[in-house]
Design a protein around this ligand. Structure first.
Ligand code: ADP
Ligand code: MG
Length: 364
């Protein structure tokens, strides 16, 4: 392992089967998440993101496989003994409690004396620049301030890893963009490992050091936003990330970014090189103009493609609806797509024995 970048969470052959007669919700996934990194679990609804997160948190039993936190096997530990904390959608603050009492709540549950829990909660609110608003109720705080209270509340147990399940998805779009910038800032400032579940590729790209793209309980691709976007591993990833056309070529399926497509008018009589296509949509998007097209010689599921042109390029040579054009791309912009994640054969796993310190934590 890289000493400068140790592993915070390691998942080994992690499996969740809710029912014997349907495919596992999470199927023998392996993953390492670097300490101090912002990791996003990304994928369509039902792909197993929340189940994975809940198994890390200890809110869902594991069918098979292991979860390690800083090399400690936590698979069978109760949630409170793991060193993880969870931040929920829309912050889930108690409306009738002050910011201070919200943050102190879990210490109260643990029986920590009032003076001590208020001191610790107060210190954490100071840390997230909310000390001066400690007596306000959630309804008297802005969205950004509520998020900081929720963060402080999650941090009061001194977790090593913070788990966030779609924390921004119930917010209006403007607030969502503001809040995600703030989440990212706090993660860097605190130096904690964040694992954030989202179905939004835009949100994952904005936040993540590492994106984990999931589909049907399997991991399709792991990498930085830049590498996943520019080198999608499969047709699923290329289509889910968006911004790409998937094109059939003699070399197999390739992905080409919309802004890497070349478009030319089909000259009458002459054989213009490229795939023939007809323009079906023209959308002005400010910096870009997005053209929607139908390929003339492709099977129905592969016909629809897009071309993104810089505004100036479009204005220099505007296109019209229903025009016939030719599409091409430079070979270096074509990414050959692999078959994607394959459902693994069942692996024989030897259940790891809990260590003595883990047994002690379980008994506590
Ligand atoms: P995601 O968070 O990616 O939307 P989930 O992890 O919630 O997906 O769900 C993955 C799959 O497991 C889905 O098919 C879902 O219906 C199923 N599932 C989730 N929770 C339960 C449960 N408690 N009981 C049975 N099936 C579940
Ligand atoms: Mg979910």
């Amino acid at each position: 392992m890289d000493a400068a970048n140790p592993t915070a969470i390691e998942i080994v052959a992690l499996t969740k089967r809710y029912s014997v007669d349907i495919a596992p919700a999470v199927d023998q996934i392996d993953l390492r998440i670097a300490s101090g990194s912002y990791c996003c679990l990304l994928g369509p609804s039902g792909c197993g993101k929340s189940t994975t997160l809940r198994m890390i948190a200890g809110h869902e039993s594991v069918t098979q496989g292991d979860v390690l936190l800083e090399n400690r096997n936590i698979t069978r530990l109760p949630a409170a003994a793991r060193g993880t904390a969870m931040m929920f959608q829309s912050f889930a603050l108690f409306p009738h409690l002050s910011a201070l009492d919200n943050v102190a709540f879990s210490l109260k549950m643990k029986g920590v004396a009032k003076a001590e829990r208020q001191r610790r909660a107060g210190a954490l609110l100071e840390r997230v620049a909310m000390g001066h608003l400690a007596q306000r109720k959630p309804a008297e705080l802005s969205g950004g301030q509520q998020q900081r209270v929720a963060l402080a509340r999650a941090l009061i147990t001194e977790p090593r890893v913070l788990l966030l399940d779609e924390p921004l998805s119930a917010l209006d779009p403007f607030l969502r963009v503001q809040m995600r910038a703030e989440l990212r800032r706090w993660q860097k400032e605190l130096g904690l490992t964040f694992i954030h579940v989202t179905h939004s590729q835009e949100e994952a790209m904005a936040l993540a050091d590492t994106m984990v793209v999931m589909n049907h309980g399997l991991i399709e691709q792991v990498g930085s936003p830049h590498s996943v976007y520019n080198h999608p591993a499969s047709e699923f990833v290329a289509r889910f990330m968006g911004g790409h056309n998937v094109l059939a070529t003699p070399e197999g399926l390739v992905a080409v970014r919309h802004d890497h497509m070349q478009i030319a008018l089909a000259a009458e009589g002459a054989a213009t090189p490229g795939l023939p296509a007809q323009i079906t949509d023209i959308e002005y998007q400010g910096t870009f103009v997005l053209l929607g097209l139908m390929l003339a010689d492709a099977p129905p599921a592969m016909q629809s493609v897009s071309v993104m042109l810089p505004e100036a390029r479009y204005l220099a040579q505007p296109f019209e609806l229903e025009q016939m054009v030719r599409l091409s791309w430079a070979p270096e912009h074509a990414r050959v797509l692999g078959p994607g994640a394959q459902r693994p054969a069942p692996r024989a796993t030897v259940p790891a024995k809990p260590r003595r310190d883990e047994l002690a934590a379980m008994a506590a």
